[in-house]
Design a protein around this ligand. Structure first.
Ligand code: PLP
Length: 389
């Protein structure tokens, strides 16, 4: 199989992640922080090591700023629903995933409103201006994706955070597509909340998510329950991360996350980015010369455009293109990619797109295989088109 659906979740995972998960099942099989016995304590230590590694990776003030969640959606819900109150206004970008838009839509029932700032791809100044114009007196939060999961457009998060902070507004960045490729630093970028999907560019197992909060004290809980601490009280503990981590956490996933973080750190995010951008440039150029293919963004440059390419074949539903590719053993994703907002911005809401995204494991041969399959489909789509005429 040629797997090019890495924007959904990366595959394969590094061998070190496999062994970390397998070894966690035997070495860290007790509930962390719930028992005073040796294995419970060893498990708690492993969880702490991962917290510290994530804190280092995202330049958070400390391990206590790292909350393990089920996925990035959970982390985003924890910020949006933990922070926003009736009457509050939120500024988002017009490229947001449903992991942001659906919770906001739900919060609208409680009187939260939002304005979408129109990102100008490749133009940081115009994008920041759009965010500035969207701010209001009652804006309580700015939420923006770092990299669009559909178009690969990269947003200037540091500048957006600086703008919001001029007005005392906190910023939440959806780093689902960027963590592991681009730096996302709480301290240097001045980001208040980072939500990440480690099962993507950090090569962790599915079922892992991260919320990093420089100061989580403003976040109310969206889930209450056992934390293993101060059990006599019915009040949820006040301290992070316990306050936002009720119930048993995904320890094998957390151990796999530590190995994934080490994999990315050892390889280097810049090297991974350069590798992926090189592959996607080749792929983009080949697609641009393929019969019937419509592209919507320039070649990925690793600056304004991340290595994600979305396209469609004129007159062919994107799902059909994807299933023809699947029949040749090539895995890509078709449709709206859970981001109808991002499609509306580019005029592809009716058709969706076929999305291709590599990982550190993708090779030039994989890309070549994809290009040849697309050329064959292009020839066929041309023939079908002519027949129709
Ligand atoms: N945000 C973006 C930009 C995404 O691409 C995704 C997943 O595709 C998410 C959020 C949600 O991530 P998760 O599936 O980990 O909840």
């Amino acid at each position: 199989m040629i797997y090019l659906d890495n924007a959904a979740t990366t595959y394969p995972k590094p061998p070190s992640v496999h062994s970390a998960v397998a070894s966690a099942l035997s070495r860290f099989g007790a509930n962390p922080g719930r028992g005073g016995h040796a294995m419970s304590m060893a498990t708690a230590e492993e969880v702490y090591r991962t917290r510290a590694a994530a804190s280092d990776f995202f330049h958070a003030p400390g391990p206590e700023c790292v909350v393990f969640t089920m996925n990035c959606t959970h982390a985003l819900n924890a910020v949006l629903k933990g922070l926003l109150r009736p009457g509050d206004h939120v500024v988002v970008s017009n490229l947001e995933h449903n992991a942001v838009m659906r919770p906001l839509h739900k919060l609208a029932e409680r009187g939260v409103t939002y304005t979408a700032a129109a990102v100008v791809p490749g133009d940081g100044d115009a994008t920041v201006d759009a965010f500035r114009r969207a701010l209001r007196e009652e804006t309580r939060l700015v939420v923006c994706t770092h990299v669009s999961n559909v178009w690969g457009v990269r947003l200037p998060i540091g500048r957006i955070a600086a703008l919001a902070h001029q007005y005392g507004i906190p910023v939440c960045v959806d780093a689902a597509q960027s963590a592991g490729l681009f730096p996302v630093f709480l301290e240097e970028d001045g980001i208040d909340y980072v939500c990440a999907a480690p099962h993507k560019g950090l090569y962790a197992p599915m079922g892992t998510g991260l919320l990093l909060a420089a100061d989580g004290s403003a976040l109310d809980t969206i889930l209450e329950g056992g934390t293993g601490t101060n059990s006599v009280s019915l009040d949820q503990p006040g301290e992070l991360p316990e306050r936002l981590e009720s119930g048993t956490i995904n320890v094998p996933g957390v151990a796999g996350l530590r190995a994934g973080l080490a994999f990315v750190r050892d390889k280097g995010t810049e090297r991974i980015l350069t590798h992926e951008v090189g592959l996607m440039r080749t792929l983009h150029r080949a697609l641009a010369r393929t019969n019937g293919v419509e592209l919507f963004t320039p070649e990925p440059d690793g600056e304004s455009f991340a290595p994600v390419v979305s396209f469609r074949v004129r007159g062919v539903p994107s799902e059909e293109t994807a299933s023809l590719l699947a029949s040749k053993g090539i895995a890509v994703r078709a449709g709206l990619h859970c981001a109808p907002f991002a499609h509306r911005a580019f005029g592809t809401l009716d058709s969706g797109t076929v999305r291709v995204c590599p990982s550190a494991f993708t090779t030039g041969r994989d890309v070549q295989g994809f290009v040849e399959a697309m050329r064959a489909l292009g020839r066929n789509s041309h023939a079908v088109h002519k027949e129709k005429l």
